[in-house]
Design a binder for this molecule. Structure first.
Ligand code: ADE
Ligand code: ZN
Length: 327
């Protein structure tokens, strides 16, 4: 069996995927035209998704967000996203989305939820794929913005909403700023995760674990800069949701084949690394491709890939009983 079909067939959990980053360039172009969003001048559709760093990427990401306006738009992009996950062998998806970027264009939170949950229902019916939702707070909107974000999430809370995340630029928004929001979310029964150590320092990974008390960190690559922190995270079995292709644009590790690539070092150090796509359409990848990339570039055996896939399923924010049915 080829590596591609082995990784495609292996049951996998997608735990780090942003809905808006999963919108194909052609759907983006179509929705933008329909909803009156101007695309970058002079760029053919095929070149819309190219960027040199995280900040460039986030500008295009915001445009994609702006192009999604109606409940039908949300349902469509959700279904298309989950369809690609299912075809890549995902059995379960935890999906981030960015409410602030839609509120900015007058879209009600209820409209977002209606459309996304309709997309979930259709994907479940068609592919048997189970999906959950993680509204994410954009850290540059600060603490007050974050408190309002959490109020909104708690006021209208379908069962599919299982946690909150924090994303966008890490600097100058260190994790301790958000400790009060994390505490309130947790007290309300929500899980919490934070993007840290992608282009921010190892300290932000440590603060996510020690100050915010998180068991999951999105990306986390700069943990490798601090051997004591690596050991601390290994002992505590912190889950790092890593996204290989993203690193080629947003981090200092731009060569997956290099022996010092952060994800390779994290795996070699025995950290609990899981593999995901982040923004699959915007970074031109799929879940099965990300697994194939780590296998090829890090020289991982099929058994090592299975261990990573199992770690992903085990890290899902689900009851153990539900997880056991898959594992
Ligand atoms: N939002 C979507 N993708 C992101 C990334 N890689 N880093 C921070 N925020 C994001
Ligand atoms: Zn992300």
């Amino acid at each position: 069996m080829s590596l591609a079909s082995f990784v495609q067939r292996m049951p996998k959990a997608e735990l780090h995927l942003h809905l808006e980053g999963a919108v194909s360039a052609s759907t983006f172009a179509e929705l933008a035209a329909r909803n009156g969003v101007a695309l970058p001048a002079g760029k053919p559709v095929a070149e819309l998704y190219s960027y040199g760093n995280l900040q460039d990427f986030l500008k295009v990401y915001d445009l994609v967000c702006a192009s999604i306006r109606t409940a039908d738009d949300f349902s469509r992009v959700t279904f298309e996203t989950l369809e690609r996950c299912a075809l890549g062998g995902a059995r379960y998806v935890e999906m981030f989305f960015s409410p602030h970027a839609h509120l900015a264009h007058g879209v009600a939170y209820a409209t977002m939820l209606d459309g996304i949950l309709d997309g979930f229902r259709r994907a479940k019916e068609r592919y048997g794929l189970v999906a959950k939702l993680i509204p994410a707070h954009a850290k540059p909107l600060g603490v007050e913005g974050g408190e309002r974000f959490l109020d909104m999430v708690l006021a209208e809370r379908p069962a599919e909403v299982i946690g909150i995340g924090f994303d966008y630029d890490e600097r100058p928004n260190p994790p301790p700023m958000f400790a009060g929001i994390v505490e309130r979310a947790r007290a309300a029964g929500l899980n919490v995760t934070n993007h840290a150590g992608e282009d921010g320092p190892a300290d932000y990974v440590r603060d996510s674990v020690d100050v915010l008390g998180l068991g999951r960190v999105d990306h986390g690559y700069h943990v490798v800069d601090d051997p004591a922190l690596v050991e601390h995270c290994r002992e505590r079995n912190i889950v790092f949701t890593c996204c290989p292709t993203t690193t080629l644009t947003t981090t200092v590790w731009r060569n997956l084949a290099a022996p010092d690539h952060a994800i390779r070092r994290m795996i070699e150090a025995g950290l609990n690394v899981t593999i995901h796509t982040d923004d699959p359409a915007m970074f031109g990848t799929t879940l099965d491709r990300e697994y194939a990339l780590v296998a090829e570039n890090f020289g991982l055996s099929p058994q090592a890939l299975k261990t990573i896939a199992l770690a992903g399923l085990q890290a899902a924010w689900l009851d153990d009983g539900v997880k056991q049915a898959w594992i």
